[in-house]
Design a protein around this ligand. Structure first.
Ligand code: SAH
Length: 228
């Protein structure tokens, strides 16, 4: 038992974060339509409680968003799973991915655990510093920068996948410009407090194919950077 605890950094020994509790979340995600076994395994293996405030950690395997400070939230596991499934569901397996909105670092960790080269941009300095610490602690190699992610990350473009984890009324053209041929972008788009998940594929002939998928709720994509 002790050996097992040492081997699994996600097991704190607190019942609420145990493997059984995580398995229950995986069953729920299956019931809610998540089919990609790679994604389900990633959600099962990445310790979500490490990305959350200690006071909320015992609820980490509920399928809910939770506050992470600075008015932001860690995304709901279903939405993380769905966006990840959508970018993996491409004719060629993506390698380089851009995430806009690092937040807690949880979505970045899921993508990194699947072997993708993750680049992530966050506008709130304090959140980015926290996420970097957790990601490093878990051994994930994620490139990150403190910036307004609406401009993407031109130096590393093009990306095989782009995941926007904050909502806006319209898609940023700069992000689309950084999407590789054969690449997939997913973003919550909508003018109100709820959005629709938009998937854009850049086909091999360069044409863009757009699909509006299910309704989602994200915090807003905001302009500029803040440090604290
Ligand atoms: N992917 C995150 C979700 C965090 S919520 C997770 O797994 O925890 C969305 C995040 O997007 C917030 O941290 C917010 O500060 C950030 N954000 C909002 N507008 C942004 C912008 N223009 N550039 C970069 N990050 C942005």
């Amino acid at each position: 038992m002790i050996a097992r605890l040492r081997l699994d950094p996600g097991t704190t020994g607190i019942g609420m974060t145990s493997q059984r509790v995580r398995d229950r979340l995986i069953e729920r995600l299956r019931e809610q339509g998540i089919r990609d076994e790679r994604v389900l395994a990633a959600i099962r293996n990445v310790p979500r409680h490490v990305f959350m405030d200690e006071a909320l950690a015992q609820r980490a395997y509920e399928d809910s968003a939770f506050p992470i400070g600075h008015g932001q939230t860690i995304s709901q596991p279903w939405v993380v799973a769905r966006m990840t499934e959508l970018v993996l569901d491409a004719p060629r397996l993506p390698q380089k991915v851009l995430e806009v909105g690092t937040g807690s670092g949880y979505q970045a960790a899921i993508l990194a655990s699947l072997g993708l080269q993750v680049h992530t941009v966050e506008r709130i300095g304090a959140l980015l510093r926290g996420a970097r610490k957790v990601l490093r602690g878990l051994g994930y190699n994620v490139r990150s920068k403190h910036d307004d992610g609406r401009a993407g990350w031109a130096e590393h473009a093009p990306f095989d996948a782009i995941v926007v984890t904050a909502g806006a009324a319209a898609l940023e053209p700069a992000l689309l410009d950084q999407l590789a041929i054969g690449g997939t972008l997913v973003a919550p788009v909508g003018a109100g407090t709820t959005q629709t998940l938009l998937r854009v594929r850049r086909e091999d002939d360069g044409q863009l194919q757009q699909d509006m998928l299910e309704p989602v709720v994200f915090v807003p994509l905001l302009a500029g950077v803040v440090d604290g």
